[in-house]
Write a protein that binds this ligand. Structure first.
Ligand code: C5P
Length: 225
């Protein structure tokens, strides 16, 4: 039997993209399969955690044995995360769209006979990681974010850790040459207050299993509430 070292712990995991509507049939989104977030939720479940899995419309199905909360937009995702609190840890693996369309239409936008393209207006979405990291009350003891970078991975991810008040950032190099985007493997660097730790390239399930063990290590040093 696998050890249940996260029994009695509650972890919130966000995963997948968000879809920000333009009209009833169109949306903007980031590219995200949801594979890494799904693997993390499954790994936490395997260690006995109660997992609230807040997912946008991902390509991969959610794991069994977790509480699945399906959302479309970033605003819905933030609200679902808030509703799932309190939690011992939060892992924000979703590829949240940075903007939503403020002039979204209730009816399908028709092509203009004169060839005029519609113009979209954008407003910034809530940054769910920064919001939870900066929570005064109900902040999970351990807040973990991700950083997909194409250059200066460690410098950018370290800055992101501080800016978003995360405890850890799991950074990965998503430059096209790595083939990581949409693939089955990941090569990550774990950024903590102690520095940067590069892990060898491995399957996303293995990254998830190691991360879940590290989360259990960290929570071992904290009281259960
Ligand atoms: O700033 P950037 O999008 O690169 O940060 C990535 C991290 O922040 C990820 O953990 C992602 O889930 C989280 N994030 C979020 N809400 C946003 C944007 C990013 O939770 N609106």
């Amino acid at each position: 039997l696998p050890s249940q070292r996260l029994a009695g712990r509650h972890v919130i995991v966000t995963s997948g993209p968000t879809h920000e509507p333009i009209d009833p049939v169109r949306y903007i989104a980031n590219r995200s399969s949801g594979a890494q977030g799904t693997a993390i939720a499954a790994a936490l479940r395997d260690l006995g955690a109660k997992v609230s899995f807040v997912t946008g419309p991902a390509e991969v199905p959610p794991p069994a044995g977790v509480d699945v909360i399906r959302v479309q937009t970033a605003v819905e995702m933030r609200h679902a995360v808030e509703t799932a609190l309190p939690a011992d840890a939060a892992v924000m693996a979703a590829a949240v769209a940075d903007w939503h369309v403020t002039n979204a239409q209730d009816h399908k936008i028709k092509k203009d006979a004169g060839g005029m393209a519609p113009s979209l207006q954008f407003a910034e979405n809530p940054d769910i990681l920064a919001w939870i990291g900066h929570l005064a009350q109900k902040r999970p003891a351990l807040v973990v974010g991700f950083a997909a970078e194409t250059d200066d991975v460690i410098a950018h991810a370290t800055a992101k850790r501080l800016r978003k008040a995360a405890d850890w950032i799991v950074a990965n190099d998503v430059s096209p040459a790595t083939g990581i985007m949409g693939g089955t493997e990941n090569a990550v660097t774990l950024i903590t207050e102690d520095g940067a730790e590069s892990w060898p390239r491995m399957r996303k399930e293995q990254v998830a299993a190691q991360l879940a063990e590290r989360i259990a290590d960290a929570l071992d040093h904290l009281p259960e509430d």
